[in-house]
Design a protein around this ligand. Structure first.
Ligand SMILES: O=c1ccn([C@@H]2O[C@H](COP(=O)(O)O)[C@@H](O)[C@H]2O)c(=O)[nH]1
Length: 283
């Protein structure tokens, strides 16, 4: 039987601490590493991250946009990054925020989560703006291939509130999304495990979940918490937002770690420091 994404993620978080290191080759970061902002610079930046992170961090999250901006040759670098991390046994979340309907959603799912995917990731970020159920092809395929999805619920940016905090009767939009994940994760929850349907809840959202009456712990969802570090999220913020759901949290940091480059050993130190404080918090 295929091992589930939830159990693979739990094992990686126990081994390395609940940190997800982002690979976000922003122009300013690439240049601050003394590299040219072109395909060669992108490749050097991304492969230095792989060298520093592989085997040392629970999860690596490449941001697809920074590879796509270089066209098909940038996407080829992304595919190499995913492949090398897979060979090293390091879990990946591809941050591409895909979301569509029917056969189109199914094609996105096959592209990243299918057994024949050309460059599979262990999980994919997905957007529920077309409806949680529109994500069904990805949710079901991921279950079958031992992979996962992370559904945007309470994102780290302030603009997200206008949609995510909106009420559908008594329930908020974010609450409905968390409820959908809870249903899909119910079987894993009955075994005391994390499910394969994760949630994105920013490290910057303060008490939003509690104020909206959302029970994150009951969802059995792995929670990707971007915004740790450069966006101002810290341990106190994580505690305020997640409280009893802290063991589900995978804090994600990109610029804060990447600004330690370009020497790989400094990146290694940066992930070790972040992972240590996060492990102490999560317990
Ligand atoms: O709610 C969200 C969802 C995704 N992100 C992504 O995470 C990283 C954050 O980078 P930092 O440098 O650590 O701020 C980036 O790829 C975002 O697109 C997010 O920030 N918030």
């Amino acid at each position: 039987m295929t091992e589930t994404f939830g159990t693979r993620l739990t094992a990686a978080m126990r081994l390395h601490g609940p940190l997800c290191a982002g690979i976000d080759p922003h122009q300013s970061l690439v240049e601050s590493w003394g590299l040219t902002y072109d395909l060669a610079g992108l490749e050097r930046f991304a492969l230095t991250c792989v060298e520093a992170f592989a085997g040392r961090v629970a999860v690596v999250k490449p941001q697809s946009a920074f590879f796509e901006v270089f066209g098909s040759r940038g996407v080829a670098v992304l595919e190499r990054v995913l492949g090398e991390l897979r060979e090293a046994g390091t879990l990946t979340i591809l941050d591409a925020k895909r979301g569509d309907i029917g056969s189109t959603m199914s094609a996105y799912a096959q592209a990243y989560l299918g057994s024949e995917a050309p460059a599979p990731a262990d999980a994919l970020t997905v957007s529920p703006f077309l409806g949680y159920e529109a994500l069904r092809p990805a949710i079901d395929l991921a279950r079958g291939t031992g992979r996962g999805v992370f559904v945007l619920a309470l994102t780290s940016n302030a603009e997200g509130q206008s949609v995510q905090h909106a009420r559908l009767g008594k329930e908020s939009v974010a609450g409905a999304i968390v409820g959908g994940a809870a249903v899909d994760n119910a079987e894993a929850a009955s075994r005391g495990e994390l499910g394969h349907v994760g949630l994105v809840v920013g490290a910057t959202v303060g008490r939003a979940a509690a104020e909206l009456g959302i029970d994150l712990a009951a969802s059995a969802a792995p929670i990707l918490a971007p915004g740790f570090g450069a966006q101002g999220g810290d341990i106190a913020a994580l505690e305020q937002t997640f409280g009893s759901a802290r063991r589900q949290v995978l804090a994600s940091s990109s610029r804060d770690i990447l600004s330690a480059g370009p020497e790989p050993h400094r990146l290694v130190d940066a992930v070790a420091r972040s992972a240590e404080v996060l492990s102490e918090w999560a317990g």
